[in-house]
Design a protein around this ligand. Structure first.
Ligand SMILES: Nc1ncnc2c1ncn2[C@@H]1O[C@H](COP(=O)(O)OP(=O)(O)OP(=O)(O)O)[C@@H](O)[C@H]1O
Ligand SMILES: [Mg+2]
Length: 588
């Protein structure tokens, strides 16, 4: 795994893109920068005013001047405060806006992607791109503008002010700068390593936790608590050590900077006092120097840390823009509506398909489903049955051959129209957080009586009615508050509500009690009536309802015919049937 934290240096392309993201907010950014200059100026004005107050007010007993200076200092402090407020507020707002834009952009981007893209990008990474990677970008603007830019302005300002106040003294003071710079560079080097180790370890701990908390019941069922705890302890200790190293680096660096500061101060006082006795330096200048040097050293302690933060923010940006630049949508050049097809037959001709380069799933698959017919597809697990359904709805595109609907190549249809008319009931029923009504309606806003009618057809109405809140019952994540059979009936209702021309049913393998089974059979009959349908059947009762049975093996149709024909043949289907159904038939 390439750890994003290990990205070296600042990628100028990414930095440019980050600035481009600011474009819609240029006005606010400019005002914020102006406020930043004012607040830096105010910070420098205070020691200068102090100098004037001491030299021309205190030393000369000039109360008027002293009052003036006091008012000036108060004014500078207030101006600094107000400017600082505007600067921080405006910049934070802009940052939040930019983050919102990027989250919207990323989400829309992911929605356009094909199954192949989603297969190649683990969900966790996509989620963390939208949440945490985007969040690190706020560090970019905040650190850059509020910390680094302001610190830089103040530090430069301090040096200039020192020279304006007293050039010879400034010259000697500035001599302490080279060691500071060397220290900062060294620290940046150490702290970056430590920071990366912490980040890497944090993500390991997170990954471990999310996996093992999700799978906690498996861990408990198999009595793996001790082993898992030990494994976690290892990762956790790793995090502790990484954190301690980082702490150590900080603990060494800050006192070192303080020592340098103290040395500079001592030198300043010793040398400055000597000069002041010779009347080369006034007391006010000396005090202003001491104050200014303090302001110079204040940001030094955090400057290296800020650089590291900035770098990791740029790495976050690299991930975000990397996702935005990486696109594999299903091509949708088709313009025809599905209604262009005069009949709703389906034809697979020599279809070849693979998910991975060297693992073909379908090898020249050919079959036909006549309009209004129900065709059952059977085969061993992993034979490629579900794959066929994904190809029909173009969740994946085929590598060779052709799939036609009503004689027209699927790729000629508009994707939206295609998916509206060819609907599948998936093997794993996916229900969203929301009410039962929402889950059937899928945002189209159908009237409740229409939904109820659909549910009556697929035998779901009765159990929904029996729930305390009926159609307004909230389903929790994964709809664990419903039984497998109930979930199946809901998924039938969902598809029937769309009234598709073609139906693909990928039957769940889960065992269902006989009563629900009967319900589902009745529901199915309703669902399949007068519809062209391809049914991936696991239940014998479903298979028997079909006009024709296709037996899939090694990516091709191995046999086809009715149940009786195929049984008489004593071939592939016969064996499959014996293996899969005879045990059940005995048990049932
Ligand atoms: N998203 C995917 N990426 C890579 N390989 C996949 C993917 N989905 C399925 N496969 C592989 O393709 C083959 C066919 O899978 P498919 O899901 O179509 O089987 P199936 O016939 O539906 O099996 P089952 O009866 O268990 O549902 C399997 O070898 C499977 O490992
Ligand atoms: Mg399957």
């Amino acid at each position: 795994m390439s750890d994003p934290e290990l990205v070296q240096g600042f990628n100028p392309k990414i930095v440019r893109k980050l600035f481009a993201a600011l474009k819609p907010y240029t006005g606010a950014v400019l005002v914020s920068l102006a406020a930043l200059a004012v607040s830096a100026g105010a910070e420098l004005a205070v020691p200068v005013l102090l100098q004037s107050g001491i030299d021309h007010g205190v030393m000369k007993n000039n109360l008027g001047h002293l009052t003036l200076v006091s008012v000036g200092i108060l004014g500078a402090l207030l101006a600094g405060m107000v400017a600082s407020f505007f600067q921080v507020y405006l910049l934070s707002r802009v940052t939040q806006d930019v983050m919102k834009d990027l989250r919207t952009g990323l989400f829309a981007h992911f929605q356009r992607q094909s199954s192949r893209y989603l297969y190649n990008h683990p969900v966790g990474k996509l989620v963390s791109a939208v949440t945490s990677d985007v969040a690190t970008l706020s560090d970019f603007f905040n650190t850059l503008f509020t910390s680094l830019l302001k610190d830089f302005l103040v530090m430069m300002g301090v040096v200039v002010t020192l020279f304006v106040l007293n050039a010879p003294l400034a010259f000697f003071t500035v001599l302490s700068l080279p060691p500071v710079l060397v220290l900062v560079v060294l620290f940046r080097y150490w702290s970056r390593g430590a920071f990366r180790r912490v980040r890497a370890q944090v993500s390991r701990v997170n990954a471990f936790l999310s996996e093992h908390i999700q799978g906690i019941s498996i861990v408990q069922l198999f009595g793996r608590e001790d082993k898992t705890r030990e494994a976690f302890a290892v990762e956790n200790r790793g995090l502790l050590h990484a954190n301690l190293t980082e702490l150590m680096v900080n603990a060494v660096f800050r006192p070192l900077i303080d020592v340098l500061w103290a040395i500079t101060l001592g030198f300043l006082i010793w040398f400055g006092t000597g000069l002041s006795m010779d009347h080369a330096v006034t007391l006010g200048v000396l005090i202003a120097f001491i104050n200014l040097v303090g302001r110079f050293y204040q940001p030094v302690g955090s400057i290296a840390e800020n650089f590291t933060l900035l770098q990791s923010a740029v790495a976050g940006g690299e991930r975000v823009f990397g996702f935005l630049g990486d696109s594999q949508p299903i091509p949708d050049p088709g313009t025809r509506p599905l209604s262009d097809a005069r009949e709703s037959s389906i034809e697979f001709k020599d279809v070849r398909f693979r998910y991975l380069p060297d693992e073909p799933v379908l090898n020249g698959l050919t079959f036909r489903v006549e309009q209004g017919h129900t065709v059952a597809l059977v085969g061993y697990t992993g034979a490629g049955k579900t794959t066929i359904t994904s190809l029909l709805t173009r969740m994946w595109d085929i590598d060779g051959g052709s799939i036609r609907y009503g004689g027209i190549d699927l790729r000629e249809f508009r994707l939206e129209s295609l998916r509206g008319g060819i609907q599948s009931v998936l093997q794993d029923v996916f229900l969203f957080n929301g009410t039962i009504y929402d889950n059937i309606d899928l945002g189209r806003g159908l009237p409740l009586h229409r939904i109820e009618e659909v549910c009556r057809h697929v035998q779901a109405h009765e159990f929904i009615q029996a729930l305390p809140k009926g159609y307004n019952t909230e389903l929790n994540e994964g709809a664990t508050n419903l039984s497998a059979g109930q979930r199946q009936l809901l998924s039938f209702a969902r598809v029937l509500a769309q009234d598709p021309r073609v139906l693909i049913l990928d039957e769940a393998t889960a065992n269902i009690d006989t009563e629900t089974e009967t319900l589902i059979q009745k529901a199915l009959g309703e669902l399949l009536r007068n519809r062209t349908s391809l049914v991936i059947a696991h239940r014998l009762s479903t298979i028997r309802q079909a006009h024709k049975i296709l037996v899939l093996d090694e990516g091709r149709i191995a046999e086809e015919g009715t149940h009786d024909e195929l049984m008489a043949k004593q071939g592939f289907y016969y064996n499959l049937y014996k293996l899969q159904y005879e045990k059940k038939a005995v048990a049932g």
